[in-house]
Design a protein around this ligand. Structure first.
Ligand code: GDP
Length: 366
């Protein structure tokens, strides 16, 4: 899973990105890395695998991960090729979801490209560039479809939808709020356009340090961001990129103390990763053993064989059964054997829908 960080210049994107990847690099047990200067791998915080690790006396604990991409350089006119605009837009097309950083902090020393802090205007500026870029894609598809639409019913249907999406975007609305007709072909076509404004988005309101303790409750900019997010079914959260950067330099103990001092319980990064996870409809199942305890990412609703396929394609191909015990039960009983004795370990088949926190042992045959 890949998330792209976007926003106007000087809103705190790089600060956030650097603290994300740095925090990752500092945590033990996992070869976190910055793949290239703009791409970083970040662990999904999950204390369950740590606890499982202790239970199994395991050699290695591996969290689920998310990839973050710092997409700098989106400015007004990007869709018209301003700066390296088009290239950045192409980068966004490759991500699964977008984190849109919005400046909600005042600081005279840090220039705002538009001269003032104004989240609604900033959000609109970025979103319009995304909309323009999407309109171009739709135009191209439209030109193709129109040629065949008179002879081909399916194409005519698509042509109709394309018109609808175009109108929707031209009103300044995002494609994610467009109601795709309940038709298999159209749903598929819509997905294939891979529109930027159809991607799930989390707005990250970047606030000053003093606004962190009450989660930005007294910051009117934050209210604006939250309202915009709600109006289009997007997520929103409050972060302070500067604090995150400081936190990234601390060890676990110091970090806890500092967070307490600030009056917050978890770091913004943890919130961001957790929120992204739920926005994308993702959950984790766990595997446990002496060699490794590990969290694996799947979409909600994934069945046992496909979950097994995340570990290895052979596991999916040769799937027989899954031995499943909920994490809480396993911890409470103290061992798999104890849970089994009480009949608390399920033997599940191909139709079993994996749940968050399931500890699974796959039986397979290849
Ligand atoms: P980008 O252009 O969006 O990547 O912005 P940067 O991350 O480079 O940040 C621009 C400037 O704003 C830097 O000098 C940061 O130190 C500063 N900055 C970022 N986040 C905050 C914040 O939460 N509060 C304050 N006061 N400054 C911040």
């Amino acid at each position: 899973m890949k998330l792209g960080i976007v926003g106007l210049p000087n809103v705190g994107k790089s600060t956030l990105f650097n603290s994300l990847t740095k925090a990752g690099a500092e945590s033990a047990n996992y070869p976190f890395c910055t793949i290239d200067p703009n791409v970083g791998i970040v662990a999904v915080p999950d204390e369950r695998i740590e606890k499982l690790g202790e239970l199994y006396n395991t050699k290695k604990v591996t969290p689920a991960v998310i990839e973050f991409v710092d997409i700098a350089g989106l400015v007004k006119g990007a869709s018209k090729g301003e700066g390296l605009g088009n290239q950045f837009l192409a980068n966004i097309r490759e991500v699964d979801a977008i984190v849109h950083v919005v400046r909600c902090f005042e600081d005279e020393n840090i220039i705002h490209v538009e001269g003032s802090v104004d989240p609604a205007r900033d959000i609109e500026t970025i979103n319009l560039e995304l909309i323009f870029s999407d309109l171009e894609i739709l135009e191209r598809r439209f030109a193709k479809v129109t040629k065949g639409a008179r002879m081909d019913k399916a194409l005519a249907k698509e042509e109709e939808m394309l018109k609808g999406i175009k109108e929707h975007l031209e009103e300044g609305k995002m494609a994610r709020t467009f109601e795709v007709p309940d038709d298999e072909d159209l749903i598929k076509a819509f997905k294939e356009y891979n529109l930027l404004t159809a991607k799930k988005t989390i707005y990250a309101a970047n606030v000053a340090e003093d606004d962190l303790a009450d989660d930005g409750a007294n910051n009117p900019y934050v209210k604006t961001v939250k309202e915009i997010a709600a109006s289009e079914g997007s997520g929103a959260l409050v972060i302070c990129a500067q604090i995150e950067q400081e936190l990234a330099d601390l060890d676990e103990e110091e970090k806890k103390e500092y967070l307490e001092e600030l009056g917050v319980t978890s770091s913004g990064l943890d919130k961001l990763v957790t929120e992204s996870y739920s926005l994308l409809g993702l959950i984790s199942f766990l595997t446990a053993g002496e060699d490794e305890c590990r969290a694996w990412t799947i979409k909600k609703g994934t069945k046992a064989p496909q979950a097994a396929g995340k570990i290895h394609t052979d596991f999916e191909r040769g799937f027989i059964k899954a031995e499943v015990v909920p994490y809480e039960v396993l911890i409470k009983e103290g061992s798999l054997a104890a849970a089994k004795e009480k009949g608390l370990v399920g033997l599940e088949g191909k139709e079993y829908v994996v749940k968050d926190g399931d500890v699974i042992l796959f039986r397979f045959n290849v």
